[in-house]
Structures are given as C-alpha cells and as structure tokens.
Design a protein around this ligand. Sequence first.
Ligand SMILES: Nc1ncnc2c1ncn2[C@@H]1O[C@H](COP(=O)(O)O)[C@@H](O)[C@H]1OP(=O)(O)O
Ligand SMILES: [Mg+2]
Ligand SMILES: [Mg+2]
Ligand SMILES: [Mg+2]
Length: 357
Amino acid sequence: MSTVPYVAEKQVAIAAVRRACTLTASVFNKLVKNETLTKDDKSPVTVGDFSAQAVVNTILGHAFPDDRIVGEEDAADMRAESGVELRNRIVELANETLTGPLQPGEENIWGLGSGKAQTAEQIMDVIDRGNYDGGRTGRFWTLDPIDGTKGFLRGEQYAVCLALINNARVELGVIGCPNLPVSASAPTGERGCIFVAVRGEGAYQIPLSPSSTVEPIRLQIPDLSQDQLNLLESVEKAHAKLSFNEKVAQVLGITREPTRMDSQAKYCALARGDGGVYLRMPTGAGYREKIWDHAPGSVLVEEAGGVITDSRGQPLDFGLGRTLGENFGFVAAGKKVHSRVLEAVKKAKEDEATGSA
Ligand SMILES: Nc1ncnc2c1ncn2[C@@H]1O[C@H](COP(=O)(O)O)[C@@H](O)[C@H]1OP(=O)(O)O
Ligand SMILES: [Mg+2]
Ligand SMILES: [Mg+2]
Ligand SMILES: [Mg+2]
C-alpha cells in the first residue's frame, strides 16, 4: 500500500503560511515610516518580514522540532541597542498572530490558539532558527517571510514562501499570495490565494481563507498558442535584465506585452497559465540568487507539468547552501515552450556577443 507523502508537513506549512499572510496583510495597513529598514545589500525589510518569520518558525518548531530552517531574515537588528522600538513592535505583531483563535485545518498543530505569548528573547531566538546554512544532505525548510518586499511596500504582489528540501531535492512548496486575484480573468475580483505542491502529488491552488469551502484547483500549465504567449518578469530593473527579455521575446516572435509582477507570484501565475514563460536573467552585478526565492516556485512549476532550469538548461542545485551558486538566470515554462526559450536565449546571447542585435 502506498502512502501519500508529507501529509503532516503540508498541513503545517499551509497553516503557517496562512497565519503569516494574515499578519503581513494587516501590517501593510498599519506600517509607519520607521518600520522599514535598509539591509546591508540595500534591500528593504519591514516589521512584517521579521514577525512573519517569527510566526512561521514558531509553528515549524512546534510541529517538527528537529528540522532546520534556512530563513531570509535574522534578529541582529532587533538585538541592537537601537532596536528596542523595532523589537517591541515585532514581538507584539508575532504574538498577536500566534495567539489568535484556532482555525480550520490547525486542529493537530500543537501550540496554536493557546493564547500563550512568547517573550522578546524567545521571538528573537525563533527568528534566528532561520540561520541554518543548508547543504547537500538532510532535511530542512526554506522560508522567505515576505518575498518581493518592494512589491509589498507598493501594495502590489508579494508572497510568503515556504519549502521543504530533503537531500537537495525540493519536496514541498507552499506560496501564499495575499494580493493575487483568485482568477486572472477577474483581475479586480477577489484576491488572496495559496499555491501548494508536493513532489509527485501535483500542484494546487487553494483559498487563502481557512474557512473557505472552495475546493482546491489542480494546476496544469496549458499549451499556449503563439499569440497567447508572453513573458512573466520582475518589476524591479535591478533584479533582472529586462532588456535581455525584450530580445528573447523578439526571437520567439512574442507579440504580447510582458506581465511584470514582484515575487514568486510569477511562478504561481505560470503554473495556472497566466503567462507562458518566466525568464529571469542576471543583471551582471554579481548577485547570487537565494534558495528561498526559488525552492517553492520550482516544485510548483514542475508539479504543474512545467520545466525549470537555469538559462543554459542546467538543473537548479538546492544543495549548495543558502544560495544557488553562480547565477546563470532562470527559465521556467511549459515543456514545449521551455526548449524554445532556451534556444532563443542562446541566440539572443550570441547576437549580443557579436553586436548584431
Ligand atoms: N539585486 C538583486 N537581484 C536579484 N534579486 C534580488 C536583488 N535584491 C533582492 N532580490 C530578491 O529578488 C526577489 C524579487 O524578485 P522580483 O523583483 O522578481 O520580485 C526577492 O526575493 C528579492 O528579495 P526579497 O525577498 O527581499 O524581496
Ligand atoms: Mg529581502
Ligand atoms: Mg525573496
Ligand atoms: Mg524576503
């Protein structure tokens, strides 16, 4: 008799992402000026990022005490003498979310709905449980508490992203998108969805609200016709070489405008057929992509029948540590389109090298 893998992990991951999404959505409406910091790499981080990491790590810690976590944030700024205000706000937000009443689907998750608040020290320690370095062997989670912080700050797309990796293979991915329309055909309609994939078990879209009775939707990347095809790409010019995307689109004969969207919501859009190709090329500034920025998206795309590789067609390696190593960019698409895109990238690179474009 075969058993369905990762049932408990999936339930816990969905509950954790749901709670974190409730937190980030409410923080957005209340954010004030000094609640956003600039990190050493010049990227922004908000009280929402820290407290969402505290919430997810706490839930994972209760459910799977031996599991390690590779999380984007750490508590160093909160521990600094100047960080008192920041710390108090994050502790308040995290406790508010963790002590909220038990939701459907959380019945077996110990520690939730207990009403028991954590101390500041405990919150900082639990955020720092995300300091694991990753690697080739063993089991660990990756967490990006707010992916696309710039999109979050603009009130646009962002995502809470969680994945489980075992021996360098992504086994489970859960992506919460509080601002993503439930259906691309109703862009001004209801917003908020979660995307879930377990290796070998398919990719699904489920409602963000735990009390919704809407059934999961199985996702399969459709075979898009040439005139339906377009590129999914970053909003931020510093994150991806958008001028190169334009050349690739030309080579492919794509006529539709690209869809620009922050965060791993791009992988979710691809998985449900809202756009045919996610192309992310390095800007040349030496940025190394992080495993938490692609782990859940990669399993989602693969389980929706698609393919994800670097721009040379090589598989992504999640066993190298916190980063994906040397950055050759990413190509994700349905099977047939993917090989065409790799050819087009090659051609655009050659044209660039010979100056013929
Ligand atoms: N210089 C950079 N180049 C590429 N990606 C970056 C850079 N700085 C931050 N990022 C990360 O890129 C992702 C956003 O990409 P996109 O613009 O396509 O949404 C985020 O994970 C963001 O981190 P963060 O999680 O802090 O927002
Ligand atoms: Mg960040
Ligand atoms: Mg990110
Ligand atoms: Mg982030």
